[in-house]
Design a protein around this ligand. Structure first.
Ligand code: UGA
Length: 443
């Protein structure tokens, strides 16, 4: 089938590439000429395992094209995906300007019937707005062309996006048109083998499903961080508690890892946006506000532990930071807990020596050069001259360090483990002080 994807960010690029991979003819369109030129030369602007090879292969095979020419891209596709960003507005609601701009562009250029698929995370009711925007442009030029709108939210995780897209848990299709649903089923048939993963519903339910999924996952994390804060005050170890409750299949082991708070482009934004959607509908979502508040406080946690350990005297100290990305296997630092930690350390007059396996370019882009930040090529370099170590992102490369070498390198001999990756006894056996999240040792 012939597919057009608007937006070559995470969602658009991964979706377009995976659709090409299964044999569809895909044109991805973006307004950023430099990005499109780069993609046409095989330069993938994001770090996502497996993506680059797949882009190169499908581009080379002529199934995946990149352009800034929206008119040509609209002429190409029978199915037109909208996968552009919905950044938070000042009040926390999702900003629809890019989604609606694409809808208007589609309305201006559409020359034959098509299905318009919304993949961006959008407030409930957006399908109606997209439909209205397209219809208004069509009628402005006196065109009578049939089109359908489908709400098809994306559930991929950064760092595992290609796999999530190729092997989805579910494919949610929200539409009032049975015919559009049938076309979408054909499009997704290669991803829907063995058992049926397609869930068909109305547009609004599909839009809310996306927010509900992310809000539920964020709630699990904030719940565990709250338990961790209780555990450390009562002398319990949250890691034991995690095992104890995760073994109940009704609770499950996923997304119950306590830590230095959740980040990324989705959870913080979507929890806020859902709260806003509820408020606009006349309902104050109490739980969502608490989920956000717990997470905001949790991002201060590592700094608070250090402040306590050093009795408030951080000025002039040097700290090694392992991990800047908001989670492993990505170079993305949006809303990352590391950013809050660095800000607090700098405000307290400390210097940071940081290493991340993938996010060094991103860190340079965000922070520029400053005297209180040294970006280091290796984890070992980050330790040089440092008083203590913070582990902020649980990259595999940080999981089994040589603790004797850590002890020799760290002047004050302290490890602040923001993701509970270490066994406290092992760290302490090397003569280091250990602080984790909710491990009853921070009393
Ligand atoms: C999230 C969802 O997991 C995806 O299903 C969704 O499609 C995506 O948002 C989106 O809306 O686009 P993502 O933001 O890539 O995916 O990352 P996650 O793996 O969900 O992690 C989010 C944050 O939660 C990270 O900072 C991670 O460190 C933290 N986390 C995760 C915890 O603190 N504890 C956990 O147990 C799990």
């Amino acid at each position: 089938m012939r597919v057009t994807v608007f937006g070559t960010g995470y969602v658009g690029l991964v979706t377009g590439t995976c659709l090409a991979e299964v044999g569809h003819q895909v044109t991805c369109v973006d307004i950023d000429q430099a990005k499109v030129d780069g993609l046409n030369r095989g330069v993938v602007p994001i770090f996502e395992p497996g993506l680059e090879d797949m882009v190169l292969a499908n581009h080379g095979a002529g199934r995946l094209a990149f352009t800034t020419d929206a008119a040509q891209a609209i002429a190409h596709g029978d199915v037109l995906f909208i996968a552009v960003g919905t950044p938070p507005d000042e009040d926390g609601s999702a900003d629809l300007q890019y989604v609606l701009a694409v809808a208007r562009t589609i309305g201006r250029h559409l020359s034959r019937p098509a299905i318009v698929v919304n993949k961006s995370t959008v407030p409930v009711g957006t399908a109606d707005k997209v439909r209205a925007a397209i219809a208004a442009e069509l009628s402005a030029r006196g065109a009578e062309i049939a089109f359908e709108v489908v709400s098809n939210p994306e559930f991929l995780k950064e760092g595992a996006a290609v796999n999530d897209c190729m092997r989805p848990d579910r494919i949610v299709l929200g539409s009032r048109s049975a015919q559009a649903v049938e076309t979408m089923k054909r499009l997704y048939a290669p991803f829907n083998r063995n058992h049926d993963r397609i869930v068909v519903m109305d547009e609004r339910s599909a839009e809310l499903t996306k927010y509900a999924a992310n809000a539920m996952l964020a709630t699990k994390i904030s719940f565990m961080n709250e338990m961790a804060n209780i555990a450390e005050r009562v002398g319990a170890d949250i890691e034991m508690v995690r095992h104890g409750i995760g073994s109940d299949p009704r609770i499950g082991y996923h997304f119950i890892y306590p830590g230095a708070g959740y980040g990324g482009s989705c959870f913080p934004k979507d929890v806020q946006a859902l709260g806003r959607i509820a408020r606009q509908a006349g309902y104050e979502a109490k739980l969502l506000g608490a989920v956000e508040a717990v997470n905001t406080a949790q991002k201060d946690k590592l700094f608070a532990l250090a402040e306590r350990h050093f009795a408030g005297d951080l000025r002039g100290r040097t700290f090694a930071v392992w991990g800047l990305a908001f989670k492993p296997n990505t170079d993305d630092m949006r809303e990352a807990s590391s950013r809050r930690l660095l800000e607090l350390l700098w405000n307290a007059g400390a210097t940071v020596r940081a290493h991340d396996p993938e996010a060094m370019h991103e860190a340079t882009r965000i922070f520029g050069t400053r005297p209180d930040l040294v970006l280091c090529d290796t984890p070992a370099q980050a330790l040089e001259g440092a008083d203590a170590l913070f582990v902020v992102t649980e990259w595999k490369a940080f999981w089994s360090p040589d603790f004797a070498a850590l002890k020799a390198a760290l002047k004050a001999g302290v490890v602040f483990d923001g993701r509970n990756v270490y066994d406290p006894a092992q760290v302490e056996a090397a003569g280091l002080a250990y602080y984790g999240i909710g491990r009853g040792r921070s009393l």
